[in-house]
Write a protein that binds this ligand. Structure first.
Ligand code: ACM
Ligand code: ZN
Length: 753
């Protein structure tokens, strides 16, 4: 007997020797930041000997917590009346419906909330106090007191499954990731020109025809000519799958808002049932992106179709809202349709905008009879807002301002801060995206309350939402890349109080949070270790400054295209052309982010004086006029960086003056081509050298590339000044997007040799 005990003891000691008894304690770094948290001394040790007690209303959450412990740490909490307890309690004195208190002391963890939602959020905070992985049988949790509730009651994330279609498993993962951030609304964009994704039993052709397109555009919409992959693409969710997702979301305290687009973005439905359109002509499910003229014709039979669809939709989604779209509905077909024109007259409507308003108001009335409210994109304001509608403001915030002033609820999703389909880094190698630039920091600093609203009016702001349009997200990994970590930043926008927000503190917590995302196999965009560079000109002395968002690890660099091996401490002197490479390395010299590369071309124009007779548009003037002669060329794929300057429809004249007579023999620059975004190169450029003594006129030939080069070469000449006259392209031709308007001109570095 004695020997046995001794042996057992020895085994325990041996085991303890190779396994740490307790994991390292984790520094509280909860996202979104709680309203108040007081870190105490000591810690609660979690092991198998902890009892879990819950009031019946909160049992679902305590089960969720128990399951999480089992799945992630192989822990099963007992019910053995141990002195160490975790208790879930209802507390009516907590005066926010989603609020909670979490109290971790040495022997107890107590969670109090008024409703189940609060308890769920308390658990989410608690999970972020647990170590990311555990190697032991005990987990240490720091003693802490948290009192918390959200700033906004609408905390949303959207997903477009029309342009690309994603599996039920992925939708659940997306919902899970939202829940961890205390988001409460999933906006499921289910119908589009390129695909109808929800089973409607009464209309089988929606499944047979509208859910599939014959092929898909390859590359960017701006790449001309358009090319297609030739592969059929599509899919839809069955009603059983939708019920499964709705039930799953409910256990994560997430409400799903289905979006059924009308009257626009409905080409797929019209392809299945051509009689829903004005002309009745057969169209195909769209194969490229954009806005299409095929919209629903407001006939009685169309309303019957939509009401039938709504009947099946409301039976699947228990939430309060149905999103009816309303955005980007061209009025072309309505203008040419006898029925539409007759209806305008009969109803005494002003025009086609009045007809859109009639359409939405009529559908609202129907949806209201089902006990549901509508949400629409801000176009539903045009021609008059439906009486009970909530507005989702995406074209800036003016829609939100107008709707709130009219006493309607609003949700903020402006493109400038909430469109997660925009680029998030200036890195040339960033995966293809629709355009724009929305870095993490800009999302973090978003304030959903527009300045124009009074305190009383701002009560109509329900919250904000990140939109994930998937034209350029072909698979689930790319959706994760675009949505995270920007959704993490947004969670703090909608939950945390603005006084407690601090970007560098957020980045420190995000570093921890990203490790949790690694654990969950989320392909987030890790830009906190990306290197950024800036050329600084101090009294004619040029230097290149490097920085990263997180300062936890050092930057290494090289100037000769070799792997970065020199430790960066001060800006790099630029006294010749060079190719800078830089990267953040950890202590094992492993790269933590992508390698940053910058070519610096120290041509003869760098640092001389430049004047432009027009101001660039404020949205495209990040680098100022000196960006045209700083030795750095703009991005080859995008114009929204600090190097390209954008002018809206104007003829421009650029004057460059040299400090001393300088020998030159070439001048070159390039212009951006983005016909889809109304961007055209000029047709010609006139160059004057030395006050018109020599003049060169050169045609700018339009290429099919994203940029058009302009270059002139001449015999070496001594110059003191040069002038470039760059007329705007003119008027955008018929048949192109923006036809009849003046286009943009975007110009890059002017390279003088
Ligand atoms: C939208 O982005 N068309 C709402
Ligand atoms: Zn019509």
């Amino acid at each position: 007997m004695k020997t046995h005990l001794y042996l057992k003891f020895l085994i325990i000691i041996l085991l303890a020797g190779c396994r740490p008894e307790i994991d390292e304690i984790i520094k509280p770094s909860i996202i979104p930041k709680p309203l108040s948290q007081e870190i105490g001394t000591g810690y609660f040790i979690f092991n198998h000997d902890v009892t879990i007690i819950s009031e019946p209303e909160l049992q679902e959450v305590s089960n969720y917590f128990n399951l999480y412990l089992k799945e992630n740490y192989n822990f099963k909490l007992s019910n053995n009346n141990s002195t160490k307890k975790i208790t879930f309690k209802i507390d009516d004195s907590i005066n926010n419906d989603e609020g909670y208190e979490l109290n971790v002391s040495k022997n107890d963890i107590t969670i109090k909330s008024k409703y189940i939602k609060g308890a769920f959020y308390a658990v989410q905070s608690l999970l972020q106090l647990l170590p990311i992985t555990s190697v032991s049988d005990s987990i240490k949790i720091p003693c802490i007191k948290i009192k918390d509730h959200p700033r906004f009651k609408y905390r949303g994330l959207h997903l477009d499954v029309g342009r690309h279609f994603f599996s039920v498993d992925f939708i659940k993962k997306y919902i899970d990731l939202m829940a961890r951030l205390k988001m409460n609304t999933f906006h499921w964009h289910l119908t589009e020109d390129q695909g109808w994704r929800i089973e409607i039993k009464k209309y089988p052709k929606l499944q047979e025809i509208a859910a599939y397109r014959k092929e898909t555009l390859v590359g960017h919409y701006n790449d001309q000519p358009h090319q297609f992959d030739g592969k059929p693409y599509g899919g839809f969710y069955t009603q059983e799958q939708i019920k499964e997702v709705v039930a799953y979301a409910k256990t994560r305290q997430i409400t799903i808002i289905p979006e059924i687009e009308m009257p626009g973005h409905s080409q797929a439905a019209i392809a299945a049932y051509p009689e829903l359109g004005c002309s009745g002509k057969q169209v195909e499910v769209a194969t490229k992106w954009g806005v299409f003229d095929e919209v629903y014709c407001p006939k009685e039979s169309t309303f019957k179709f939509l009401e039938d669809v709504i009947d099946e939709v409301v039976a699947l989604f228990p939430g309060k809202y149905i999103h009816i779209g309303g955005d980007e509905a061209p009025k072309t077909n309505w203008k040419n349709c006898a029925h539409c024109q007759k209806l305008i007259k009969k109803e005494g409507l002003k025009d086609e905008h009045g007809l859109q308003s009639y359409f939405i108001a009529r559908m609202e009335k129907y949806i209201n009879t089902k006990g549901k409210q509508i949400i629409g994109w801000d176009e539903i304001l045009e021609g008059g807002l439906a009486p009970n509608a909530t507005v989702m403001s995406w074209r800036g915030t003016s829609g939100a301002v107008q709707a709130a002033k009219e006493g309607h609820d609003v949700i903020l999703t402006p493109g400038s801060h909430c469109y997660f389909d925009h680029y998030q880094s200036e890195n040339e190698n960033e995966p293809l995206a629709i355009g724009g630039f929305l870095p993490l920091e800009k999302v973090y600093h978003f304030n959903p309350i527009p300045e124009e609203l009074t305190e009383e009016e701002s009560k109509y702001v329900l919250g904000a939402q990140g939109n994930v349009w998937t034209e350029y997200m072909q698979n689930e990994k790319q959706v994760e890349y675009m949505a995270f970590p920007r959704a993490v930043a947004l969670s703090e926008v909608v939950w945390s109080s603005p006084e407690h927000k601090n970007y560098s503190d957020f980045i420190n917590r995000l570093e921890q949070y990203q490790k949790r995302l690694d654990q969950l196999e989320v392909n987030y965009a890790n830009h906190i270790y990306s290197v950024k560079g800036e050329l600084i000109n101090s009294k004619g002395n040029l230097a290149y400054q490097l920085s990263t968002t997180s300062s936890s690890y050092p930057i290494y660099y090289s100037t000769d295209k070799s792997f970065p091996s020199q430790l960066y401490s001060t800006p790099i002197t630029v006294d010749t052309s060079m190719h800078i490479k830089a990267v953040v390395l950890d202590s094992k010299k492993t790269a933590l982010g992508a390698i940053f590369e910058q070519e610096i071309n120290l041509h003869k124009g760098v640092g001389v004086s430049i004047a432009i007779d027009k101001e660039p548009h404020p949205a495209y003037n990040a680098g100022g006029k000196d960006a045209l002669i700083n030795g750095i060329s703009g991005n080859n794929k995008r114009y929204g960086d600090r190097e390209w300057l954008g002018f809206s429809g104007e003829d421009i004249e650029i004057t460059i003056e040299f400090d001393k007579p300088t020998n030159i023999n070439s001048i070159a620059t390039r212009f951006f081509n983005g016909n889809g975004q109304w961007i055209y190169p000029p047709k010609k450029v006139t160059v004057y050298i030395n006050n018109d003594i020599r003049t060169y006129v050169a045609d700018v030939s339009v290429t099919n590339d994203l940029t058009t080069k302009f270059a002139i070469k001449f015999k070496s000449t001594t110059v003191t000044s040069i002038r470039l006259k760059i007329p705007s392209y003119g008027i955008i031709p018929e048949g192109k997007q923006g036809a009849g308007h003046k286009p943009w001109t975007f110009i890059d570095e002017i390279i003088i040799k």
